[in-house]
Design a protein around this ligand. Structure first.
Ligand code: SF4
Ligand code: SF4
Ligand code: SF4
Length: 259
């Protein structure tokens, strides 16, 4: 059986240096979005941030849920939970409907508001690197070991050992072990997680369980309406794409004529 990969983020070890932020930008070819990384926000061009809460720093990024709601609500399968753990997306399939943004319990996916054919963006746990047996760029860049990459089982063991052996330092909980069915990003901290802006009141069951239960109650005609809506989104997006391509072709042929 394939071992699920994960990230363990230890707030107590984070120096707030921003090396993870920079490495993520570089690995994903993302443009600079702020002069001060501590003031930046998640966006279509920023997949992870470092935040300052008094004298501690934390990271925010996609939590790579074990059973992700973003995947369950996507009408065209643009979001995918891979066997290795990362939750990835296919920009070519994305309709830009933003259901995943509304459904994500951690408020992660961001929209390309400035594009003609916008899609949704987020951290993909460096899937290409992970597939090739490498660690994520953010874990590789972290100078203090605050961001660790490895097998989820192993990281849970490490997290448990740390919080149990040092109860004076650690708040006695591993965030991500159970939240909304668990996540492939695990966090340990010196303070309760709501003090760091994490959702603390999530149910233990994976949220798609609730989506499925709700869908069972929806009459076929309404579900059919959802499919119709998705198809309309798809057609509108494709129409815009074709119009943009035609415009581009016209520009090329005009500039070619002039030569
Ligand atoms: S945190 Fe949100 S975007 Fe990331 S896998 Fe979970 S539901 Fe999807
Ligand atoms: S796992 Fe990769 S994509 Fe995600 S925050 Fe780290 S460097 Fe960025
Ligand atoms: S690179 Fe490591 S220590 Fe620096 S901000 Fe990121 S997680 Fe914290």
């Amino acid at each position: 059986m394939i071992k699920q990969k994960a990230i363990l983020f230890d707030v107590t070890l984070c120096a707030g240096c921003g090396e993870c932020y920079n490495a993520c930008k570089e690995a994903n070819h993302l443009p600079e979005t702020s002069d001060d990384f501590l003031k930046d926000h998640l966006s279509a061009n920023t997949y992870t941030v470092v935040e300052e809460y008094g004298d501690v720093y934390t990271r925010k990024m996609c939590m790579h849920c074990v059973d992700p709601t973003c995947v369950s609500v996507c009408p065209v399968g643009a979001m995918e939970k891979t066997e290795l753990g990362p939750v990835i997306y296919d920009g070519d399939k994305c309709l830009g409907c933003r259901y995943c943004m509304q459904a994500c319990p951690h408020h992660i996916p961001r929209y390309e508001w400035n594009k003609v054919n916008p899609t949704v963006k987020k951290c993909i746990m460096c899937y290409e690197r992970v597939k090739n047996g490498q660690q994520t760029a953010c874990a590789e860049a972290c100078p203090t070991g605050a961001t660790l990459f490895g097998d989820r089982d192993e990281l849970i063991k490490i997290a448990k050992e740390r919080i149990e052996s040092d109860p004076d330092t650690y708040y006695q909980k591993i965030y991500g072990l159970e939240e909304a069915g668990g996540t492939n990003v695990l966090i340990i901290s010196p303070v309760p997680f709501d003090q760091l802006g994490f959702a603390e009141n999530l149910p233990k069951d994976a949220l798609p369980t609730y989506t499925a239960k709700a869908l069972e109650k929806i009459p076929g005609v309404v579900a059919g309406g959802g499919v119709f809506l998705a198809a309309m989104y798809w057609l509108t997006k494709r129409k815009n794409q074709i119009a943009a391509e035609e415009k581009q072709n016209k520009i090329h042929s005009i500039s070619g004529d002039e030569k």
